[in-house]
Design a protein around this ligand. Sequence first.
Ligand SMILES: [Ca+2]
Length: 209
Amino acid sequence: MDREILETFDSVKSKTECALKCTENLDCLSYFYNNVEGFCQTHPVVFISPVDGVAKSFTTYSTVFGVLGSCPINDGYINHRGYNLCYKPHKTLVDRAGAINKCVGDGDVLFTGFNTQQIKHVAQQLNSSSDYRAVTGGFYIDGSDEADEGQWVLSDGSKIDWSLWLPEQPQNKTDEDYLALRYEEEYSTTGFNDARTTWLKGVVCQKLV
Ligand SMILES: [Ca+2]
């Protein structure tokens, strides 16, 4: 596994020691450990798709368990300890109303994030998974410019002053008023695009913990 590498360590004596190195870095979500070579490699994402997380020979893959007891990581939620984030991408396609319903039904909200780093982390997580990259249209998150064209705000009314727009986005059409994170194959990157309420997408829900 050689994507999205956070840190690498040699002469690591045990899987437990590798786990500790991951735990010590709040940006670490998962790690690979090779007990033959004593090689430990940490990652800032969780590998969701089996094909993306294939371990090399003699290497085991593990995710670090969050310190947030209230983030249900056994139910598919992803916990970034450094940003205090607990979120879950859903691949089932829904319109925007359906996206809100999905999150609310799980006791969550549309993914918000509160700064560039948090949004970038989720974009990186979506970008690192072939299952997520394959979701047509990407994923709804919180954010709209419906009230004032070109002025993007969260559902609590606060201004979105960070930007992760894909190239040639936003198109800022008056009927494309809702924020989504979408993989753009041409640029091999995941970023913002503006969407219509009727477009079918996945959704990233956030559990406020
Ligand atoms: Ca718009």
